[in-house]
Design a binder for this molecule. Sequence first.
Ligand SMILES: [Zn+2]
Ligand SMILES: [Zn+2]
Length: 266
Amino acid sequence: MKIHALQTGSVRVKQRFLVPSTGPRRQLDLFLPGAWSQPLPIHCWAIEHDGRLLLIDTGERASASNIPFARFEVSPEQELPGAVARAGLSLEDVSEVVLTHHHGDHVDGLLHVAAPVRISDAELRFSAEAFPRLMRRVLRQPLPPGFSPTPFSIAGEPFGAFPRSMALSDDGRIVAVETPGHTPGHVSIICVDDDGRHVMLAGDATDTLEQLHARRADAIGPDPGVHVRTLETILAHCGAHPTVYLPSHDPESAARLAGSIVVSAS
Ligand SMILES: [Zn+2]
Ligand SMILES: [Zn+2]
């Protein structure tokens, strides 16, 4: 198995996005003036395994509109085709795309891919609800044209600390697990690498490893309680299995993948 970190440009977010206020200002602060972060990577991932090439998310496009709490820095060359080519791979070889959630910086690159696309049924339902639809209109972040992924439900065997999973490979070494919080239908992908470590492609389950250890819900998830319970589950999993934890926007994710650096207990 070979896992590639692809990067489709960067994004700066408000500091209040990374470390939100509590209470009613949690979401409000995102729309008020405030300090900005350093550029954070917009990662997606390619997994070569058993003769198949799986893409987890598809990254952002150069045409993405800035929003009150995120400024995108993506050139056309940094979009998915360039990112895939830089990894020595070809988009034509992609067998399947699995999406962690429906946000633009994870799905906008779909425009470049012809392979079948899947997303969790809970996430697809959420993306069609009134509030996310309103936010996409207000923030000028439409779903990519023709967005119609096939829904899956995670109803299989427990996987470590996760009560249910869904196999994404015949040998069960790649699975999807539920990690709700950032969005209600958010999933993460766990790959059991050749040395038995669990490489967790965590999407936006958290922005950083620090946020996971801090058990801190983010600023935009609809229910912080659900989010914190997910972080507890992820930490329990990391405690029971050597886990390389890779959020999509963590500046340290690519180095942790390259060095197989597992989450330490704390
Ligand atoms: Zn997101
Ligand atoms: Zn994201």
